[in-house]
Write a protein that binds this ligand. Structure first.
Ligand SMILES: [Zn+2]
Ligand SMILES: [Zn+2]
Length: 147
């Protein structure tokens, strides 16, 4: 996997106001998350929803869901460990304190789903083949779904 190829660049769906100046600036980082918003990769998300190895945690926002490991692989998380190195003034781009660790909880932003993935998500939801944490349903439906 190479991060240097421009083929791997995309525009995060969460970029809204400055989208014109920020086309194809975003990448999937080594840990599989979006470099802009930290969202889990949509392909990973859909695979985990399909095979039932995640619980989805409803939020009060129609574009975000918490993702909790349910007996599958742990998620990787990329974060900056500057503080432990005695500094907190690092520049995001040049910081050398990035570390990867593992976690059972991450988040996903629905803006990353392709039209096909949205369709599949709705199918799985309607077929009740989705593990949703308390209260067992979305109290705020994802923005691309209607009751
Ligand atoms: Zn993103
Ligand atoms: Zn740093």
């Amino acid at each position: 996997m190479s991060d240097t190829s421009t083929d791997n660049k995309f525009t995060c769906g969460r970029r809204t106001s400055n989208v014109m100046t920020a086309v194809n600036q975003d990448t999937w980082r080594e840990d599989g998350t979006c470099s802009y918003c930290g969202s889990l990769n949509p392909d990973t998300f859909m695979r985990r929803v399909e095979d039932g190895t995640v619980f989805l945690g409803p939020t009060d926002k129609g574009y975000k869901v918490y993702v909790e490991n349910n007996g599958g692989e742990k998620f990787k998380i990329h974060y900056r460990d500057c503080y432990r190195h005695g500094t907190k003034d690092c520049n995001w781009e040049s910081c050398t304190h990035w570390v990867i660790s593992e976690t059972d909880e991450t988040k996903f932003y629905f803006q990353h789903l392709s039209p096909e993935q949205k369709t599949r998500f709705i199918e799985l939801y309607n077929a009740k083949k989705m593990n949703i944490s308390y209260p067992g349903h979305f109290y705020r439906l994802p923005f691309f779904m209607s009751p």
